[in-house]
Design a protein around this ligand. Structure first.
Ligand SMILES: Nc1[nH]c(=O)nc2c1ncn2[C@H]1C[C@H](O)[C@@H](COP(=O)(O)OP(=O)(O)OP(=O)(O)O)O1
Length: 175
């Protein structure tokens, strides 16, 4: 089982819903060729928050203000019945720098009205709109016919909206 993160940098956040979100076109790894938020797997001894900040720095060169990193979702992706990945999802409305293309990712700002869901994971259209509008969600998603996960069929889901979500690793305790 993998523990991973996604971070969605937002701008134009004067209103309730932001105007734009920074997505990446993923250039390698799981979901290659699709759009997603910057993110990746937790490294040893790292908290999910630290991972989200590090991955956003490494993938697109933005320095997220830790005080503005807000947990929005905890998503469990199952493959053929087993937990494949637990993903911690964050919003970030303060950061420094300009996004740059790296070997891992090509960043692109999208209006929240024009997110390319047909070029994203099938589950994203179910939870990302709520996350971008400031809600919290705990979700479980079932894929079948893998591995790999990104070639499996998305078959089922269960979502709990506006629930309190804990921040921290689900599988590790820090000593
Ligand atoms: N069903 C799904 N929907 C979604 O939106 N993102 C998913 C997803 N399944 C996995 N992810 C994301 C979570 C995480 O950011 C990323 C993990 O992909 P990888 O295992 O390829 O790791 P990366 O190569 O991005 O990370 P590192 O190797 O740690 O840099 O994929």
């Amino acid at each position: 089982m993998t523990e991973a993160t996604l971070c969605f940098p937002l701008r134009g956040t004067d209103g309730v819903t932001p105007e734009e979100v920074l997505l990446i076109e993923k250039r390698r790894g799981l979901g290659e060729g699709w759009y997603n938020g910057p993110g990746g797997k937790l490294e040893a001894e790292e908290t999910p928050r630290e991972c989200a900040i590090r991955e956003t720095r490494e993938e697109v060169g933005l320095e997220v203000d830790p005080a503005a990193l807000e947990k929005a979702a905890e998503l469990t992706f199952r493959l053929d019945g087993d937990v494949h990945t637990v993903c911690h999802v964050y919003r970030a409305d303060r950061f420094e720098g300009e996004p740059v293309t790296t070997p891992e990712a090509r960043p692109e700002w999208f209006s929240v009205e024009e997110i390319p869901y047909d070029q994203m994971w099938d589950d994203d259209r179910l939870w990302l709109p709520g996350v971008l509008s400031g809600r919290t969600v705990v979700g479980e998603f079932a894929f079948e016919g893998g591995p790999p996960l990104d070639e499996a069929d998305f078959v089922d889901h269960d979502l709990g909206w506006d629930v309190p979500i804990t921040d921290g690793s689900t599988t590790r305790s820090r000593g």
